[in-house]
Write a protein of this length. Structure first.
Lengths: 161, 161
DNA sequence: AATCGTTATGTTATAGTATAACAACTTCAG
DNA sequence: CTGAAGTTGTTATACTATAACATAACGATT
């Protein structure tokens, strides 16, 4: 099963639990795969999970520097690449930013609801959406591989401004 | 009705017809809305429609310069912004690139099939996909506004390499 | 035709995002 | 201990996009 963050980003929740669960999952998954979750990678993962707003690579870099780290962009991008490869985070293409994966370890395509106002992102994994797309693609003989689905709109809290 | 390019980017077709149709539609739409399809904007639209592969802003700039134009990035981005605003082109977020709109003037959300091998893009507009997403979003109380749907995979021609 | 507000374009500089290339260090199996 | 693989450091640079301000073209009104 997925952890408690699945699709619940917009609801009230104890976010410390999200972070803790994400780190635990990450540790487990890296263990299974011989991926080395080094201190830096772990720290980057924590920063990505700081809240449900996607965070840019340079924002992460700033945070690290504020903590005394004396590094350059490649360090951050390498950590992000590692986390992406192991399915621990997602890249939000339309924001050039990164967000924690709510279903690490599970096979899934990222489907994101992005609030235009508060910037928070919730992750879906609706098989109906995937099916509809694959069917539609198949009609043109197209073999779908990876889906980028990013829906902009207003989250429940931001609708009554 | 949509023009002949709808979803047919992967099939054999006379592409000169696509370009011609796109320009005609653009001219009509701009006329209706008091949008000024200036020479530069028209030229940029032509370059975007040169084939079914999305093209980056700087690639367009290079082309223009090759034609003797002596301009800078803002000129290209302004033309692209104009074309986007009037629904004549789409931006492909996952490629930082732009592609001709197959249904200009019609209300629709862009859904794109992108071939990982030949880079060509076909545009879909499957109401089932839209509906599935909106339903799924509604379950979380999310009010969907704009959809970014970009599917990577292999087009029919590239499947038998 | 002259004027004026609006829209479009030119120009320079800079912000923001990402990677290439090579050096140095760490880790760990053998 | 050693060597191979993996990780991080470092510098430079490529690619994508916009800010800010100057100039020019257009088009309705006088």
């Amino acid at each position: 099963m997925s952890n408690s963050t699945s699709g619940q980003a917009f609801a009230k929740h104890d976010h410390r639990h999200c972070i803790k669960a994400a780190l635990k999952q990450a540790s487990r998954i890296c263990g299974e795969r011989n991926g080395r979750l080094t201190a830096q990678r772990k720290r980057v993962l924590e920063l990505v999970w700081k809240n449900h707003k996607p965070v840019g690579a340079y924002a992460i870099l700033e945070q690290l520097r504020a903590e005394g780290f004396n590094g350059a962009p490649p360090t951050v991008y390498r950590a992000l690449d590692f986390l992406l490869e192991h399915g621990l985070i997602h890249r939000i293409e339309s924001l050039n930013a990164y967000t924690g994966c709510a279903h690490p370890g599970e096979q899934h395509t990222g489907q994101f609801l992005i609030c235009s106002q508060c910037q928070r992102v919730a992750e879906l994994d609706d098989p109906k959406v995937k099916t509809a797309i694959c069917n539609s693609a198949a009609l043109l003989g197209f073999e779908a591989d990876h889906q980028v689905i990013e829906i902009r709109g207003l989250c429940p809290q931001c609708q009554d401004h």
